[in-house]
Design a protein around this ligand. Structure first.
Ligand code: RUB
Length: 345
């Protein structure tokens, strides 16, 4: 994994050898983003299978179940994680024992390849919504670091830029962990796409001045009615977009839909440590990575990591099978019944 906690100041690849280490890396956000943690969860299951391969069948099954539970408990909101882990768990219970490790590893690869194909298709469909000269606002990081390859929300932007359209991206800083400032800005810089970093509370200012043509964000879980859980602050951007007549799109693969959640109220929202609100990480003038407190000692803080944007604010959901439109309960069910492309099988 690229250690995303150190970006953009250091580029470091780190390895985790056991499923417990992988679970910890997901929890500590060494890597993050719904798609990326799903893929990591799949490979965590493959690691568990290697660890348990010499156990008798019943003990092997019990070991895999415990591993699945641990991996799924690391971050509760993004549904890609339980979807991927459960697929690998199902693969672990089929076929002869000696083949099971192989099957789980294949399933993990398949999930990664499906995400890759989805990110490309999301880019193709989404880029049609971006006209030459568009100014796009995005929140958090739903780019290559959060997913596989092109990303989700950034994929249409990348495709539009490669098609020669002039695009400009407003990047929300995304406190408290600043995924926009640290990761999205860095990704766009790498790719030479023009952008400006803005503080989270500046989005309304730019929208009201008519300087934002479209908002595109990612998603961590999409309920059956089209309500979307995404990084805290997404809801505000959607309401502001609505108020200012700006289109608001969500880009996400089919893996991110959860028909088990009828509405957004059924989505569990992760609440993280108050430390993330009271302290910020960065590089000092001498290039040392450092952490500074920005509030008085013992300041109580609340830190919900995600919020829910009601479907009524969402203009469309860009998926690998096309752009879904309201009424979402119908378009989502139809999209989920389409065959999955890009898998190995
Ligand atoms: C990440 C976040 C991203 C979605 C979309 O939150 O909210 O917008 O996960 O990701 P965190 P993807 O940094 O807390 O994980 O592009 O993978 O679908």
């Amino acid at each position: 994994m690229i250690d995303q906690r150190l970006l953009p100041h250091r580029f470091q690849i780190v390895s985790f050898k056991t499923h417990r280490e992988t679970a910890n890396a997901i929890r500590e956000m060494v890597l993050r983003g719904a798609g990326a943690i799903g893929v990591a969860g799949g490979y965590g299951m493959a690691q568990a299978a290697v660890e348990a391969k010499d156990l008798p069948p019943r003990k092997f099954t019990a070991y895999m179940r415990r591993a699945a539970k641990l991996l799924k408990s690391t971050r509760p909101t993004a549904v890609n994680l339980p979807h991927a882990v459960d697929r690998c768990l199902a693969a672990s219970s089929r076929g002869p024992m000696e083949k099971r490790v192989e099957r789980i590893a294949e399933e993990a690869d398949k999930i990664a390849l499906e995400d890759l194909a989805a990110s490309q298709a999301i880019g193709e469909h989404g880029s049609e919504l971006i006209k030459d000269g568009y100014r796009i606002l995005t929140h958090c990081n739903a780019g290559a670091l959060a997913f596989i390859d092109y990303g989700t929300a950034l994929s249409p932007v990348r495709f539009a830029a490669r098609q020669g359209k002039r695009v400009f991206v407003y990047v929300d800083e995304t406190r408290p962990r600043s995924q926009g400032a640290k990761l999205t800005a860095w990704e766009l810089q790498q790719e030479g796409i023009p952008y400006a970093l803005i503080v989270d509370n500046a989005a309304g200012y730019f929208m009201r001045r008519g300087e934002v043509d479209v908002v595109i964000v990612g998603a961590d879980r999409i309920a059956a009615n089209g309500d979307v859980a995404n990084k805290i602050g997404t809801y505000e951007k959607a309401v502001l977009a609505h108020e200012n007549g700006v289109s608001f799109y969500v880009a996400a693969p089919k893996m991110t839909f959860d028909l088990g959640c009828p509405t957004g109220d059924d989505i569990v929202i992760e609440e993280r440590s108050p430390e993330e609100v009271n302290w910020v990480w960065g590089e000092d003038e001498d290039g040392n990575l450092t952490k500074v407190r920005i509030s008085a000692k013992d300041t109580p803080a609340r830190n919900p990591s995600f919020d829910v944007t009601p479907a009524k604010y969402i203009t469309g959901i860009i998926t690998e099978v096309g752009v879904l439109r309201p009424p979402y309960d119908e378009s989502i069910r139809k999209a989920l019944s389409e065959p999955q492309k890009g898998s190995l099988g």
